[in-house]
Write a protein that binds this ligand. Structure first.
Ligand SMILES: *Cc1c(COP(=O)(O)O)cnc(C)c1O
Length: 353
């Protein structure tokens, strides 16, 4: 065991890496040798511990089980040709995590614990970061309420953790989506802009109903009128209309995606016109009919870009014609090349650990 000022590091006696089949990884099912834990007790962050990945004990009365104070982040580390490991815009995830924390009445995590912690942890498990074929290490920081009391008030104790999962390129396949006419992901004044676990929980049931009708995901609309297109599943959503890249502006109801803002900047650099403005269902239907709608895609850390084959509205499915030259694929290649250090990062987004 070694101890630096704010971290205690206990290394695993043996590594599980030899048992890992890197060719056949299922997304998010395999974890590396170590994890980070940092508890918040009586108003103070305790010393962070990096130790072997393992289950831990928790009280049945732990507040997270009862009142759902739980937030998370999702980011990736990449290995370049020289075997150096790079993070992609980690500051953005750090800032967003603490924004989510504030909205969920949870303590903000110190930068030292979050950013230094994830660098130390990733560095310790860097053998798990593979090169090529869209391989990367998915990093999952999260925080739960952890006071032991079934009293409906905010928790005073919390646990912050980081776990790491080696992943390969995530192919979502041909995604068919259904436009939400009744259910909502987020509401004004709600927690849609926070990466709160509960937002995901609330999506599973409507998504299952959509699956029963043959659709993979839901395009969420604004809760008040169900006329504005906001996100696709757990991804931000983009449309190509007359060659212009259009996406809804971030708001209280829309998660401020790191992939979203990176794609916007890359598109602008490529000379593509970008519009951040509300898009209505009516506009989508009209532009589908007149042929100006050529692509729809979702953006998020896991899949980067997930092309959407078509959309259903009021029980009618509208299939897009596959573009000969997909703008989505071009933008995806640019972003993944930059992340994997295969092309120069003129934006300064990649951070070496
Ligand atoms: C995480 C998330 C995204 C994508 O964010 P990235 O930072 O690009 O991974 C989009 N929408 C929702 C609802 C999310 O939870």
């Amino acid at each position: 065991m070694t101890s630096t000022e704010s971290f205690t590091v206990t290394q695993a006696a043996t590594s599980k890496i030899d048992q890992c089949d890197f060719e056949n990884l299922k997304f998010g099912k395999t974890f590396t040798d170590h994890m980070l834990i940092c508890d918040y007790i009586d108003g103070e962050w305790q010393k962070a511990e990096i130790k072997p990945y393992a289950p831990f004990q928790i009280e049945p009365s732990s507040m997270v089980f009862h009142y759902g104070q739980a937030i998370f982040e999702g980011m990736k580390a990449f290995k370049d040709e020289a075997d150096d490991v790079w993070l992609f815009r980690p500051e953005e995830n750090f800032k967003r995590f603490n924004k989510s924390a504030v909205r969920m009445q949870m303590p903000e995590v110190p930068e030292e614990v979050f950013l230094e912690g994830l660098k130390k942890l990733t560095n310790l498990d860097k053998a798990w970061v593979k090169r090529g074929n869209g391989s990367s290490l998915y990093i999952r920081p999260f925080m739960i309420a952890n006071s032991s009391a079934i009293v409906a008030s905010p928790s005073s104790d919390f646990r912050f953790m980081i776990i790491l999962s080696p992943v390969r390129a995530y192919y979502s396949g041909e995604v068919k989506v259904m436009i939400a006419e009744h259910f909502s992901r987020a509401a004004n004044g709600g927690i849609g802009a926070a990466k709160a676990a509960g937002n995901y929980a609330a999506q599973f049931y409507p998504t299952r109903l959509a699956k029963e009708k043959g659709y993979d995901q839901i395009i969420w609309t604004d809760d008040a009128t169900h006329t504005k297109l906001e996100e696709s599943g757990t991804m931000n959503v983009f449309f190509i209309l007359n060659g212009i890249l259009v996406t809804a502006p971030v708001s209280e109801r829309i998660l401020d995606g790191v992939t979203r803002k990176s794609i916007i900047d890359i598109a602008k650099r490529e000379g593509i016109t970008v519009e951040e403005r509300p898009i209505t269902v009516t506009e989508l239907l009209e532009s589908f009919k007149n042929g100006s709608l050529t692509e729809i895609f979702g953006t998020g850390t896991a899949a980067v870009i997930s092309p959407i084959a078509g959309f259903a509205y009021q029980e009618v499915y509208n299939e897009l014609i596959k573009p000969e030259e997909s703008i989505a694929q071009k933008l995806k290649a640019r972003l993944t090349n930059l992340q994997n250090k295969l092309e120069e990062d003129t934006f300064g987004w990649t951070v070496k650990i």
